[in-house]
Design a protein around this ligand. Structure first.
Ligand code: ARG
Length: 481
């Protein structure tokens, strides 16, 4: 394939090979090939509709583009690394196939709007894929929550025993984080789903183009409203990387817990062999490497966010070549998060929880001390006073190496006359969990409500994804018909 730059007319010297390699974006934007062809088909059809190009040219160009599309899908297309970018590669190939008419395709558009359009289409698909996988992971966590809504475990603050909770409740806490992630992505999707094509270099065009038609043909919601903004805006990319970052942070936190919980000191969970690795020197080892890698790769995603923010900071209007650098961090972020989610879902679905061990751990650390204070409040003590009384009882138990439940009623009454026989029921661990039934609490009934609420939002997102996918796919079908 000839590798002449599309803009070489006013230049006297050939482009230096090293300079070409330095400026080329082929290593990343070859992923945009499919979208670039689709964008071009829509553009040329619109040019035909508006009488800007004769129908013969439109047919010739469309057929040429379809041939290229087939080459891309069959991985037969030679994507020249020594060509500036994917747009140049495709236009050059088109001219190779259909001759000089290929040169008519670039009427009323520029690579600046082309790349922004391609990238929006790429991210639109990736976001839908990510959200699907967020939903799947949520479902896996909710399955554990359903099974574990009666399994008691310590709830922690500062990694110290705080109050008893259920495993189901704990898993729902992670699930709701992901729920917000899913919603955040769908919000970002709305802003991605606008079409910059036809903005041309920066100022619109003198041809009587129909941007709304191009936008519709590509399954976008609307054209972007300002040409200069359209070619320079990368907010939609930042949105996506930010959304990826919150997922990465959330999964890193989930994995951190699973890593700690799988240590012998905790012994709360065992990872499946498939998602663990051994040691080359210590024969007994079973290491949670998958979870560690999810945690360890967080920096790839959050780093991408800082990278792109730094790229767009202080750029003057409108397009600047700096913007070519947006693709690598964004693609890295979405691809990392996708692989994360897939692995996490599989790892989570195969976890084996040691619920006896979890329960046994609630027996230490005076995890029902708040319940004892609440008991005194219900009997009429002011909360501050109750707190002080229970602290005294805890202190005595620490000294005598006992639990609060090991105290006799007599002994308890020496701390407060308000304490009666029903105290033992009040500080029974199952009751402590069952009674935390304020909205959002850990009681089994509350966890059931949380699961129902969360399933509803997952189902809502699943149908949004279906609709969005259908719209995109039917626009491809129409374009290729
Ligand atoms: N490869 C470029 C990018 O990704 C395409 C736009 C080039 N435009 C230009 N004026 N050099 O941003």
């Amino acid at each position: 394939m000839a590798n002449k730059a599309l803009w070489s007319g006013r230049f006297e010297k050939e482009m230096d090979e090293d300079v070409l390699a330095f400026t080329s974006s082929m290593d990343v934007d070859s992923r945009l090939a499919f979208y670039d062809v689709m964008g071009s088909i829509a553009h040329v059809k619109m040019l035909g509709e508006r009488g800007i190009l004769p129908q013969d040219d439109v047919t010739l160009i469309t057929d040429g583009l379809k041939t290229i599309l087939q080459e891309i899908l069959d991985e037969r297309m030679e994507l020249e690394k020594s060509v500036e970018d994917i747009h140049t590669n495709i236009e050059t190939r088109l001219t190779e196939i259909i001759g000089q008419s290929g040169g008519k395709l670039h009427t009323g558009r520029s690579r600046n709007d082309q790349v922004a359009t391609d990238f929006r289409m790429y991210l639109r698909d990736r976001v839908l894929e990510i959200v699907k996988n967020v939903n799947d992971l949520q479902r896996a966590l909710m399955a554990i929550a359903e099974r574990g809504k009666n399994s008691i475990m310590p709830g922690y603050t500062h990694m110290q025993h705080a109050q008893p909770v259920s495993l189901g409740f704990h898993m729902m806490a992670h699930t709701f984080r992901l729920d917000r992630d899913g919603d955040r992505f769908m919000e970002a999707f709305k802003r991605i789903n606008m079409c910059p094509l036809g903005s041309a270099a920066l100022a619109g065009t003198t041809y009587p183009i129909d941007r709304r038609l191009t936008s519709d043909m590509l399954g976008f919601n609307s054209p972007t409203p300002n040409a200069m903004d359209s070619v320079s805006d990368r907010d939609f990319v930042l949105d996506v990387i930010y959304c990826c970052s919150t997922v990465a942070l959330h999964l890193s936190s989930l994995c951190e817990e699973l890593i700690i919980w799988s240590s012998p000191e905790f012994g709360f969970v065992e990872m499946d062999d498939t998602y663990s690795t051994g040691s080359s020197i210590m024969p007994q080892k079973k290491n949670p490497d998958i979870a560690e890698l999810v945690r360890g790769r967080t920096g790839r995603v959050t780093g991408s966010l800082i990278q792109l923010m730094t790229i767009v900071k202080s750029l003057p209007m409108a397009y600047n070549r700096d913007l070519q650098e947006d693709k690598e961090p964004a693609m890295r972020a979405v691809e990392t998060v996708l692989s994360y989610l897939i692995m996490s879902e599989r790892m989570v679905s195969t976890l084996k929880f040691n619920t006896d061990r979890m329960r046994a751990m609630t027996e230490i650390g005076f995890i029902n001390a708040t319940d004892l204070a609440d008991y005194l409040v219900m009997k009429g003590a002011p909360f501050r006073k109750a707190h002080e009384v229970v602290a005294g009882m805890v202190k005595a138990c620490i000294e005598s190496k006992r639990n609060l439940t090991d105290m006799t009623l007599e002994e308890m009454r020496s701390y407060s006359e308000l304490i009666e026989e029903d105290v033992f029921e009040a500080i029974d661990l199952d009751n402590c969990v069952r009674r935390r039934c304020s909205y959002g609490g850990t009681s089994p009934r509350c966890v059931e409500i949380q699961i129902t609420e969360c399933i509803d939002t997952v189902i809502r997102r699943e149908s949004l994804i279906e609709d969005a996918k259908k719209k995109i796919e039917s626009s491809w079908e129409r374009l290729l018909a």
